[in-house]
Design a protein around this ligand. Structure first.
Ligand SMILES: Cc1cc2nc3c(=O)[nH]c(=O)nc-3n(C[C@H](O)[C@H](O)[C@H](O)COP(=O)(O)O)c2cc1C
Length: 214
């Protein structure tokens, strides 16, 4: 396969080393069954190292993880806008974020806009498009964790603003944005966000999630 070139300035080929400033043991999932390390250690920080970059090579790996997700009829109805910090695209995406998201996400190395192709070329709806996109992004998050990066998905943004800025057709629906970067210093966050950064991670118990199991 020919390797497409990712847009933007050339970047170093290796991800910067982690700047560990949060008690990571408190961020680990307290699971009731053994899971792979990446799932145990994935969480959604808001503090990112504002100087760290994600290399083109690693960024390609993350997108490749999304690319190999399963989808209904193998329709692969996911599209992405990749915006690296310091680019015009990053400013555009960041400007569309709402509330606190604007405060913390400016330190992320990359913002990716996650887009579902909600209808095919003939206008027939793709009912599973958002489901498939979510699954592709989930693959990306696990791969990012494996690469020593962290991710934080967002629904708090102005989708119409992004669609207009990137001149997206109606068949492409902006669903979410994911911030990707190297973990940063929680003390750099405003107090309210810093509290959330260290708050206990909670989940509903499994028996509340499983409606029937024989
Ligand atoms: C679709 C989606 C939308 C989200 N929107 C936001 C958001 O706008 N701002 C934010 O700070 N976190 C947002 N989150 C992050 C969630 O709050 C977070 O994943 C959840 O609290 C679980 O925490 P964990 O990812 O650390 O396990 C979003 C997550 C998802 C999957």
């Amino acid at each position: 396969m020919e390797r497409a070139t990712l847009p933007g300035p050339p970047l170093p080929t290796k991800a910067a080393p982690l700047t560990i400033v949060t008690d990571l043991s408190s961020r680990r999932a307290d699971t009731t069954a053994p899971l792979i390390t990446q799932l145990v250690e994935r969480w959604s920080p808001r503090a990112y190292d504002p100087a760290a970059e994600v290399s083109t090579e690693v960024l390609r790996t993350l997108l490749e993880a999304a690319r190999w997700a399963p989808s209904a009829s193998n329709s692969q109805p996911w599209r992405f806008i990749v915006a690296r910090r310091g680019t015009a695209a990053f400013t555009t995406v960041h400007d569309a974020l709402r509330g606190h998201n604007q405060t913390w996400a400016d330190s992320a190395a990359v913002l990716i806009v996650n887009i579902a192709e909600s209808a095919d070329a003939e206008g027939r709806p793709r009912p599973w498009a958002r489901y498939d996109l979510g699954q592709a992004v989930a693959h990306l998050t696990v791969q990012a964790q494996h690469e020593g990066l962290h991710t934080h998905q967002m629904g708090g943004f102005d989708a119409a603003k992004i669609a207009a800025a990137f001149e997206l057709p109606e068949t492409l629906e902006v669903v979410s944005i994911i911030a990707i970067g190297v973990l940063g210093n929680a003390d750099s966050l405003p107090e309210a966000l810093r509290e959330r950064e260290v708050a206990p991670r909670r989940r509903k118990p499994l028996d509340e999630l499983v409606i029937a199991a024989e």
